[in-house]
Ligand binder design. Sequence first.
Ligand code: HEC
Ligand code: HEC
Length: 296
Amino acid sequence: MVPMTPSSPIYPALARLAACISLVAGMACDRPGDGAGKPQPGKPAAIAAAVTAPHDSLIPEGPMGVSIRRGRAILAATRDSLPEHVGNRLRCTSCHFDNGTRANVMPWIGVYGQFPQYRSRAGGIQIVEDRINDCFERSMNGKALPHDSPALRDIIAYLSFLSLGIPAGSRVAGQGLPPIKPLPGDTVRGAALFASTCVRCHGASGEGGAAPPLWGPGSYNIGAGMARVRTAAAFVRVAMPYDTPGILSDQDAFDVATYINTRPRPDFPGKENDWPKGDPPPDVAYPTRAAAGKRP
Ligand code: HEC
Ligand code: HEC
C-alpha cells in the first residue's frame, strides 16, 4: 500500500483508493467522483470515509498557525467568540462535527478548494466567504461577517488548512451528507420517535439541554439548509442519536425530521428571493418569487 501522509499530494483517484482500502464494506468504491455511497431501499445508506484531516503537527509556526488555531476555536465557540454575529444557541460545530472533520457529517475537508462555486440558492457564483456567511445568517440565525474581518480570515485559514494537499476542484469521499431516498414524513410517528429518542438530550420542547435546540428561538432559521426536510433527514440518519448514530431507518429519519421542521423557528427575511432562477428543491419550506413567476 502506498504510504500516505497528510502532507503528500493527494490526487482524487488516490484519495478514493485510500478511502476504499481503509474502509467499511459496502462502500461505492467503483463510482469515481461520487463521494458517498448510494442508498438502497430498506438498507441504511452506505457510509464513505473522508480523507483524514491533516494532523496538528502540520500547523505552521508563527502568524499563520495562530490564525488557523484561532479559526478552529471560533468555529467551536462561535457565540462566545462573535456574539454580534450569532442569533441562536448553536455553534458551527453543532452540525459540522469534530471541528468539521467527521466524514459524512458535512466535513470541511476539501471544501476550500471547491470555491468559487455556482450555487442555485444564490443564483450566482459564491466565494468561500459567501458560503460561510450563508451559515452565519441562516444556520446561526445571525449576521454576516464583513469580508475583511479578522475572524473571517481566521475561519478561512482553518478551512484552507483542512484542505492541505487536496487539489483544488476535487471532491473528497465523505463530503456532505450520504444521500437518502426521499420518503413522505409522518409527524405523529415523528413526535413519538422524538419523545423516545431525542428528548433526553434536546429537551421535551426541542429547547435544548445537553444538546443544542432543534426548534424555537434558539434554533436555525427557516432559510437554513437544515430547515429542509431532506437535509435534516439525511443528517439525523447518519449522525443522530449522537451516542448511537445509525440506529434509525430512513423512514424514522424522515418522520422525526418532518416533525422537527414543522415546529416554529425564526424567520429569515428575504427568503422569498432564494433560488432566483426559479429552481428551488422540492423540500423548501417557503414559496420563492422566481418559482411562483414560472408557474402558468
Ligand atoms: C444547523 C446546522 C448548521 C450549522 C449550525 C452550521 N452549518 Fe454549515 N452547513 C449546514 C448545511 C445543512 C450545509 C449544506 C451541506 C450540503 O450541502 O451537503 C452546510 C454547508 C456548509 C459549508 C459548505 C460545505 C460544502 O461541503 O460545500 C460551509 C463552508 C459551512 N457550512 C460553514 C459553516 C460555518 C462557518 C458555520 C458557523 C458560522 C456553520 N456552517 C454552521 C448546516 C449547518
Ligand atoms: C446523546 C445525546 C443526543 C441524542 C439522544 C440526540 N442528539 Fe442530536 N445532537 C446532540 C449533540 C451533542 C449535538 C451537537 C454536537 C456538537 O455540538 O458537537 C446534536 C446536534 C443535533 C442537530 C444539529 C444541531 C441542532 O441543534 O440543530 C440535530 C438536527 C439533531 N441533533 C437532531 C437530533 C434528533 C432528531 C435526535 C433523535 C432522533 C437526536 N438529535 C438525538 C446530542 C444528541
